[in-house]
Design a protein around this ligand. Structure first.
Ligand SMILES: C[S@@+](CC[C@H](N)C(=O)[O-])C[C@H]1O[C@@H](n2cnc3c(N)ncnc32)[C@H](O)[C@@H]1O
Length: 275
């Protein structure tokens, strides 16, 4: 597993501003490709943890709201509060029981209530305040409830093959770290970090979707590279032709690569009866 990309302090830009702007055409579709690749895994885990009738749930950085809607429709939870710094995609797809809140989770005053399930997927990795936020999110879990965090794990390695894909992935992680502070290096430590705020029965798992041409995950990475192109170029590790070659490689039968995985870690708040 690769360590954090080298290269300086986290950038001062923010997710959704310098890169991944919600007002840019295709951003909802990019998030949806990620959701298509991972939602079944997420839902299986949330249901195995007991999410079901009676549960009140908080989804942080809810994106297009796919998890919240499935929690309501398939697991039958009582309510979902879907929080995002920009709720345009959530409000475009309302569902009974789904409330939306436009808020920045890094705001020191962020305190939307107490929930049996607090879930954040592919959010903390983009926020330089992630260590503090794990404590913040743990405080929002009701006694007996569970905090579930999912983020990416980079599976390229220093000794891995030099393919267009690995070059692009390295440039992406390094460029996003330098520009908006995205950092996946601490994701494997999430189980340990969940113990910090006093959660127990902590455990974790990793899912790696296969990079099959035309698959949702392949299209997600291609879209992510297009949107973070300037960050990638700024590393000097890749040029425009290299990014285009990596996209073609992903779409071709020659593709032989390992996607970043999704690590899901969870921990329970002592007390109560929800767990
Ligand atoms: C990569 S998307 C993941 C969306 C969704 N969780 C999923 O997995 O499909 C990250 C989401 O987090 C939101 N986000 C980023 N920074 C945030 C912040 N500081 N506060 C609240 N939401 C934030 C973004 O607007 C975006 O919708």
């Amino acid at each position: 597993m690769n360590a954090s990309p080298p290269g300086g302090a986290p950038g001062e830009g923010r997710y959704g501003e310098a890169f991944f702007r919600p007002d840019r055409a295709g951003e909802a579709e990019r998030i949806d490709f990620g959701a298509l690749a991972y939602d079944d895994i997420t839902m299986a885990r949330l249901r195995a943890l007991g999410a079901g009738p009676g549960w009140s749930c908080l989804d942080i950085g809810a994106g297009t709201g796919t998890v919240g809607r499935r929690l309501l429709g398939e697991a039958g939870v009582a309510s979902v509060l879907a929080v995002d710094r920009d709720v345009r995609f959530l409000d475009a797809r309302p569902a009974p029981g789904l409330r939306t809140l436009q808020a920045d989770v890094t705001d020191p005053g962020f305190a939307p209530g107490s929930f049996q399930l607090v879930h954040a997927r592919f959010v903390l990795m983009h926020l330089p305040e992630r260590d503090r936020l794990i404590g913040t999110l743990a405080e929002l879990v009701a006694p007996g409830g569970v905090l579930v965090l999912s983020d990416a794990v980079d599976l390229t390695s220093e000794r891995g093959p030099a393919t267009p894909y690995t070059t692009a992935m390295r440039a992406m992680w390094q460029g996003l770290r330098a520009t908006i502070g995205t950092d996946v290096s601490s994701v494997p430590a999430y189980p340990h970090l969940l113990r910090g705020p006093g959660l127990d029965q902590v455990a974790a798992e990793i899912h790696v979707p296969p990079l099959v041409p035309g698959s949702a995950i392949s299209r997600f990475w291609a879209g992510t590279w297009q949107r973070s192109r300037q960050a990638m170029l700024s590393t000097g590790l890749i040029d425009d032709a290299g990014i285009d070659a990596a996209v073609r490689y992903l779409e071709s039968d020659a593709c032989a690569a390992l996607s970043a995985g999704m690590l899901t870690a969870w921990g329970w708040k002592p007390g109560g009866t929800a767990g």
